[in-house]
Design a protein around this ligand. Sequence first.
Ligand code: EPZ
Length: 422
Amino acid sequence: MDKIVIKGGVPLAGEVMVSGSKNAALPIMMASLLTSEPVVIRNVPQLRDIATALSLLHNLGVEGRWLDDHTLELCASRIISHQAPYELVKTMRASFFVLGPLLARTGRARVSTPGGCAIGARPVNLHIRGIRALGTRIQMRHGYVEAHADRLTGARIWLDTPSVGATENILMAAVLARGHTTLENAAREPEVQDLARMLNAMGAKIRGAGSHVIEIEGVERLHGTEHTVINDRIEAGTLMVAAAITGGDVLVRGACADQLKATIAKLQESGIEVTPEADGLRVRRKGPVRPVELRTLPYPGFPTDLQAQMMALLAHGEGTSVITETIFENRFMHALELLRMGADIVMKGPTAVVRGVPRLSGAPVMATDLRASSSLVLAGLAAENTTEVHRVYHLDRGYEALDSKLRSLGARIERVPDRGAS
Ligand code: EPZ
């Protein structure tokens, strides 16, 4: 197990390239189950979660190979298992996204429910309700969803909340259903849109991805394709905050302004200069970080996956910010560690009141989940003295070589074995 050691205080400078989107690549990889022909997926980030998804698909019979560092070829010419085991689904919740494509392709699936995680209960009731509406017989037994469907049939489905995963799971089932499906109150995230683009390139008939109503005309079968995954808007936002929190000047190449409108608006409101350039976003901070009110919302609102990073930024500077987390019920774990670095944060239910302090002080801290770990790294970049972030395996789930990217911008950051780790 490694830890990351940071000596704070260096204003980051230069340019850095964003990797492919984890949250687009994962469902897109599961979509390979929908055809017996090969699919080539480009701009896939090298992450632990991608490796987990590959082993899950391999267990199901999918042949996968890396054509280069970021290009995957997947071929589900034959399905040898219909089961996604607890060990894998527990490790990575996105494994649950095989339910829809497995059912659509083979008519059977036995998928473990993911259970909760550090940030919340993470139920899958909306996934199940939508898949059942498509004519699936579903039983819950021993922690597994056991599903059968001779042939899925199109339906009108309403999602109580615009769940990203439920939208993607249902989409991947409906594309091979008989007849028409209307999915209402669907998630609008760019990652949903990217999945729909690839499915249409495979021969699916999907309209309206990116809006709240997605229309799907079922087809008999899908064929192979080549697809390039969009860049990771959450990694882009994380790198933008790294520039802001250190008072630096960084070009985040591959950051897409159109997918980061809420984030750009909040950063600008807090005194950060964000300037669109030819192939990315330039981020600078000269003056103090100003306080803001921030509320996480489904896309295109402010992303919950950047809430922890923004809290680290707003913990610096003047005035009092208010952060409200409306998506997950327990996503302030990073605040407890920021407090140990001298932050002034008071939490009450879904709201955190953050009073800026001139500077945080370095300390040994512990990551609890993916985005919390990036928040602690960001805090360490600006804090005085040394910060040690433990349990960085959380970071490796969702960030490709973040420490070396930050080092290339001048950060004094090292990854070393964590001898004291239990
Ligand atoms: C996706 O998770 C992302 N993961 C998450 O990113 C992201 O935080 C989340 O969307 C919200 O944007 C992937 O795409 C792999 P949801 P997902 O279903 O699909 C409730 C990261 O850091 N809900 O949109 O699991 C749920 O409890 C990760 O990269 C139900 O009630 O999120 C939550 O409150 C973390 N029933 C809300 O909806 C359901 O059946 C949004 O969850 C499903 C969800």
